[in-house]
Design a protein around this ligand. Sequence first.
Ligand code: ZN
Length: 201
Amino acid sequence: MPTRCDLDEDATIRLRTRAGRRHSRLNQHTEVGKVAAGGKHAARRGHDKSVRVGPTRLGKGVFARRRYPAEAVIGEIEGRIIDDPHYGSDYCMNIDDGRVLEPAAPFRYVNHSCEPNCEFDFFDLRDTGQTEPERRVFLIALREIKPGEELTIDYNWSAAAAIPCRCHAPSCRGWIVNPDELDALRARLANTLPKDTGQTA
Ligand SMILES: [Zn+2]
């Protein structure tokens, strides 16, 4: 088993994506429509060529094989959708309807950065012949990405799940945590760290 960047065995692992944010913009996001209309197999063929999994300082990571403009759809995150509120794993992500997606390679290896160049977004899409829309997750470029660049997202974990971050971004928060949860994290740390740090033993 590869050791994934910034994860440890004790962490409660749930990727907190900013998914719903662009939910209502699906109709404007023609590229997602195109990727989705091509079907899952086409999407898989697409991202086989578009990214590669390679080593990083701390484990595996995902790297662009070509240039992407901002807002580009890099690929569809495929995997198993699990309808179990107690399910947890190193890679699973909430898809905001009570279920989680356990992503398959290559995108299960996307690492966290406090200054990410990508994000996961989900969309409810109806394939040809389907009556009910299906929730599907895509990796979207937040800015222009150069060939060879590592693709990263912000895990946005809750304070309860936060672990130290080693992303080395200039604005690194020091923790893999949702910025809105920093106060809750400080409260958690105040309760777990020794109160008097100035004293020598
Ligand atoms: Zn960081």
